[in-house]
Write a protein that binds this ligand. Sequence first.
Ligand SMILES: [Ca+2]
Length: 396
Amino acid sequence: MLLHQILLQETSLRMDLEKTVRDLMKEFEQMKRNQAEVKKEQEILNQELIDNITSLRTENQQLKDELEQIVNSGMGTCKCDLTNITSDFHNFKSDFSYNVSLSLLDFQKEINSTTANILHSSDDKIGAVSRDISDMQSAFKNLSGFIDRDRNFQASVNDDILVQQQNISNVIIETLPLDCKELYMNGKRKSGVYTIYPWERSDPNYRPVQVYCDMETEGGGWTAIQRRINGEENFNRSWTEYKFGFGTPYGDYWIGNDAIHQLANGRNLSLHVTITPLKDGFVSFKTYDHFYVFGEDQNYTLQLANPGNGNFKNDALLEGHDRYKPIGMQFSTFDVDNDNYYRNCAAVYLGGWWFNRCHNAYLTGPWQSDKWRNPWYPQYTSGRHVNGTSMLIKSH
Ligand SMILES: [Ca+2]
């Protein structure tokens, strides 16, 4: 077995060796061929080099000949050449100038043309702008006319509005309540504070007046010219204060002698007087069917007549001694004495009234005080027994 393996290896080695020898032989033959080719190429190159040297030598000789010929021909040839060069230069200069001139001319023409175009274009634009301005002026004129017409229209509308406002004001004035009776007639049935307009709008005294309306007593529609319910208001006031009124219709107040005259003027009025006792008892009242107060020019002289319903025990205003009756008396205040007493009753009894010498009935004394003498003699001899008063008027 081992021998067989050795034989196999020996055969393989021999075959490899033979193949290697053959390859080497081939390479050797190839190298021999290459060497022959290189030698041949070297010969060709040598021949080319020799040819080139020969050619160079020939050219060198030709140059020498030309140089000799130039030297022999002398400066003539050079002059001629210089003349030619100068001539060429002049020609060139001339051509250049000409061309430049032409270019400048063309350029000038172009500028002129462009300027003309610009000017033309500007003229067109200016013309267009002028036309625009003209159009705008025309439009502005139209607008101004429209605005003027609009102003006229607005003015006429304003006039119409003013007329309508005046009409409405007139209607309102016509429907403004003169007194509480008109309010009552217009459906106001709840007692309370209302605004009345005793004066016409054209009257210099025109003003709204807040008053207390009694809408329940004796058929309702009574305007309170005096009312005291809580004593918060001092009634010892000056002539001027009684003239214009004081206090508040929500509590104690005097409506004002001017307003009383205005409400009485041209009308037939009734007067309804009440006194509320401080303790047990009902409200005492008395109605007079004629009540009038003159104007300030007669110091608010009082007229009172035609006694009607009442539950006082007596009529302290119209009955009793004449020297105490207020009938036909002027109004007095602590600062204006119009009474028949040697002193000033208003200053003595601390309130404004139609005093005589002085009174049997008097509703404006110091609240719940003994100084308030004879509110309603003899039923009420002192203000301490009084818890409220009112003087109500109504036309009939
Ligand atoms: Ca007097």
